[in-house]
Design a protein around this ligand. Sequence first.
Ligand code: BG6
Length: 301
Amino acid sequence: MTPAQLNAQFGIAGQLVFEEGQGGLTFARIDNAQGEAVLCLQGAHLVSWRPKDQAEPVVWVSDLAKYAPGKSIRGGAPVCWPWFGAHKTESGFPGHGYARTVPWAVTGSAVLADGATEITLTLIENDQARAQWPHNTRVELRAVVGAKLTLSLTTTNQGDAPVEIGEALHTYLRIGDIGEIAITGLEGCTYLDKVDGGQRKTQAGAVTCTGEVDRVYVNTTAACVIEDARLKRNVLIEKTGSAATVVWTPWTEKADKMGDFGPDGWRRMVCVESANAADNVVTVAPGQSHTLTAVYSAQTL
Ligand code: BG6
């Protein structure tokens, strides 16, 4: 659908407008009394979110992010689905699945009772997707933008055999400085340390960063808090339907290699990802649905 058609069917006066933006991609701009956000229809990729009581956005996007058909955007909240990280057997398949780089269709929009704005999207299957994922599934992303941000990813198995999915809401959170944050909520958890050959380790105390961190914490349904001394705020990440949490910062060398962080962009973000990955991939029975939900909020200290 064109932006004009989307506006006619799903636009909400003063709150939700669709427009063509960088790379010829279509974006939904949401602005209400409580918050503002931008969402790219490619990938159902929330690009940014700022609650109105915060001077700084809570969801970070790189100044050097590339917006182009078939490319993932550096920052925001990439939807990793239907696998997380590398595909189990096919090294040629894209990391974190294909959902984040294909077009999604808008299927609904609404103003909720508390004034927040809701938008719902469904992944559009194409031949490339079918070749990599020969299953009959429907996947939907629901975003609610207000003083809090809610992202819900629902997979419905429409086939007649169980399907196994890995997934993550790979959210990049804006922070003051990567060296000055502490992430609580993962104390005592087992994690797979991807910067140390995938070894299993146990988290002692809060997570702090002094170099690259790439960890899949397994068997954890707990909320996490990013304590941000520089921005003087706590960012709370609550979740349901998610048994793994991924923490990632590329640090300087990896960020330089990736090329789309800018000179110090990597210092201003950390990913705390609500996931089902590694030990915690999910099996969805025929006719059943599974929903992963993450709710983000910020509290000024
Ligand atoms: C994290 C992974 O979730 O995403 C990292 O744990 C990976 O290993 C990072 O480098 C970024 O991935 P991508 O594909 O968006 O560059």
